[in-house]
Design a protein around this ligand. Sequence first.
Ligand code: SF4
Length: 278
Amino acid sequence: MPTPHTISPSPAEKPLRHILSLSGGKDSTALAIYMKDRVAEMEYMFCDTGEELKETYAYLDKLEAFLGKKILRLNPDRPFTHYLKLYRQVLPDPQTRWCTRMLKIKPFEREVGDDKVFMYVGIRADEPHRKGYIVTSKSNITPQYPFIDGNIRLADVNRILKESGIGLPDYYSWRSRSGCYFCFFQQRIEWVGLLENHAELFWKAAAFEKIDPTTGEHFTWVEGESLKELARPERVQEIKDQHKNKSSDAGRRIKDALLKDVLAKDELDGDGCTICHL
Ligand code: SF4
């Protein structure tokens, strides 16, 4: 036991950690490839909500093989259903985002503790507006933006992925972002994609929707429409038609404006949970 006058030696200061947090989407994957030979001590992490698509895991496995380094999978303390109960069956939405906090930010902050960390974020040079969205408030975590610093844009990201042989995640054929299968950031057409590609997950998501018996309030993933309603064949067709029209309108606008790599980007492209970048 030290006496009251003993001065304990201060613990050696821990080295700065370099962490690249992967979302399972294309931008953070391209960043991992881009940084492979730039920061030797890079640690790769993926905050696994436990509610991901199997395509996301397959994509991460592919990346892991390319990097020749382990991607650390971080899990939440408790599963989504536990928190859903805690939040009285109120589904998360873009305003509350309790899912991001409990399933992604907390596990990440627990892993990092008080270590000084450079956290590498895959925000591209053509989307600097997303810089302000980092949710973690820990002052020991300093975000780094290599794509912005290196003027890496959408076309460069696609080239990096192509040249590496990793390409795009398989879910990109029907969904524009990574993240939980029930993510409320999905567009209706992506819910249709979920229904057609993973019907069991679609109906699992639908089972979380509730009507409060006392207030009559509807808790649905999509505003003003339950998944059961959305899955009706005539509604599915309507959503597909609307999407087709929207896409051709966007295509016309792009052609007119000659801004192929800028317009419609937010609609058609992006990583899931990019707001917190985890
Ligand atoms: S992917 Fe969507 S549902 Fe999942 S934690 Fe992120 S915001 Fe929430």
